[in-house]
Design a binder for this molecule. Structure first.
Ligand SMILES: Cc1cc2nc3c(=O)[nH]c(=O)nc-3n(C[C@H](O)[C@H](O)[C@H](O)COP(=O)(O)O)c2cc1C
Length: 177
């Protein structure tokens, strides 16, 4: 095989290629008091200012809300809340008035934004929308400045999980330090 030959691989769609990334972090977003499961999340800047972005499909109820509310919280769940992640990722706020009540999760008032935080999640990020990016395609991106962050003292990152299209997975074993 010469160096120009890539024929041992299959030509697939761009979507299938993107879905081959090794997992997407799973978080629960809260906009106002409406909860949404999100895998489209990415860091934009670690500092000065810290920025993160979430991708929301325009037909979602959350999409209408975020334009009005202009802030959101990001909450990192642990695996014991996997059923809530699935429920929140399936049921629209258009059909269920209060997903906190429906799941039994506890809303906590944030310190710097109007959207609520989830008490049961060991990490909560308070984000103010500073840019909205409609770049075409499936998701519109809401870049948020992280104006406050709450981290449980006993946070164990290995209890968080990722979406591995078709299934949920733990993050995995240490390979090398
Ligand atoms: C694992 C998983 C990941 C998801 N990721 C996203 C996402 O990144 N963006 C999005 O718009 N919807 C995503 N969804 C779908 C929404 O969570 C779902 O449609 C939800 O019911 C929307 O609620 P809403 O209509 O109240 O906004 C995901 C669902 C699941 C199960």
């Amino acid at each position: 095989m010469n160096e120009m030959d890539n024929s041992d691989k299959e030509i697939v769609s761009g979507k299938k290629g993107i879905l081959s990334l090794p997992g997407f972090p799973i978080v629960i977003g809260c906009i106002g008091k409406n909860l949404i499961t999100l895998a489209a999340i990415s860091m934009v800047s670690f500092d000065n200012p810290p920025l993160i972005m979430i991708g929301i499909v325009p037909k979602r109820y959350s999409f209408e809300l975020i334009k009005e509310v202009k802030d959101y919280s990001i909450n990192i769940p642990t695996t014991e809340f996997i059923d809530d992640v699935k429920y929140i990722g399936k049921i629209s706020g258009r059909d269920v008035e209060d997903k906190f009540k429906a799941t039994g999760l506890t809303p906590v008032k944030a310190s710097k934004i109007s959207s609520y935080l989830i008490k049961e999640c060991p990490v909560n990020l308070e984000c103010k929308v500073v840019h909205t990016l409609d770049l075409g395609g499936t998701h519109t991106w809401f870049v948020g400045e992280v104006v406050a962050a709450h981290l449980a003292k006993d946070y164990d990152r290995s209890k968080a999980f990722i979406f591995w299209p078709g299934q949920f997975r733990y993050v995995g074993d240490v390979i090398e330090i």
